[in-house]
Structure formats: C-alpha cells, structure tokens
Design a protein around this ligand. Structure first.
Ligand SMILES: [Zn+2]
Length: 115
C-alpha cells in the first residue's frame, strides 16, 4: 500500500484495513455474488481482495472500497513523495495497482482543488 513520510499526510492504508473496508462495501458484495459466473470481470485474490481482470493488459488491480478512495488519492497526490503529479502520471501510477470506476473523474477533482 502507499505510504508517506509527511507528518500532515493521512496514514498509510494497511492490507488489513483494506480487507475490512472491502468486506463492508456493497459494490464488492454484489460483485462477489457473481464471481463464479462466466461473464464476471472480477476474481478473488487470497480469498479476500477482489481484482478486476483488465481487458487490455495482464495486470490486476485491487478493487478500492469507497471509504478509502479519498485517502488513497491524497497519498497519491499531496504528499512530498507523490510530488503533486499531473493527471496522466497520477492516473497511470494509481491504475497500476488500484481500480474503481470513477478513478479518472476523482483524480480530476483532486487536481481542480489543488493549490
Ligand atoms: Zn497538487
């Protein structure tokens, strides 16, 4: 998970915290019900974390539960290590490991409100 050395930044997201947030996420629960259907685009990893199966490459990303998205966006943009990346860099950095449907739109909002 992403971590930071900044004192004012939110704390890093632990795997356990990620799993716990996913278990309460309604979207994840709906996806999990249909995991065994042939048309499902998702798979289960280590019995807990769901990852979408991308059509364009062979990588897989963690399905990010809603309560953790803003914190993850903050860590990926506002911290000293992140360095306020632009939209393309931020999108591809996050997309390498994480997925949610409004990822790109949410990144745009972060950049619009960055001073
Ligand atoms: Zn910025």
């Amino acid at each position: 998970m992403l971590s930071t050395l900044d004192e004012d930044a939110p704390s890093a997201i632990t795997l356990e915290e990620f799993r716990r947030a996913q278990s309460f996420d309604r979207w994840r629960q709906a996806i999990r019900k249909n995991l065994n259907e042939e048309c499902s685009q998702y798979e289960e990893h280590e019995h807990i974390v769901l990852v979408p199966i991308p059509k364009l490459d062979s990588t897989a990303q963690d399905l990010v539960p809603k309560p953790l998205r803003q914190r993850l966006l903050h860590l990926a943009h506002h911290t000293r290590l992140a360095g306020h990346p632009g939209i393309t860099h931020m999108f591809y950095t996050l997309r390498r490991n994480f997925f949610w449907p409004s990822l790109l739109a949410d990144i745009r909002v972060v950049l619009q409100h960055c001073y």
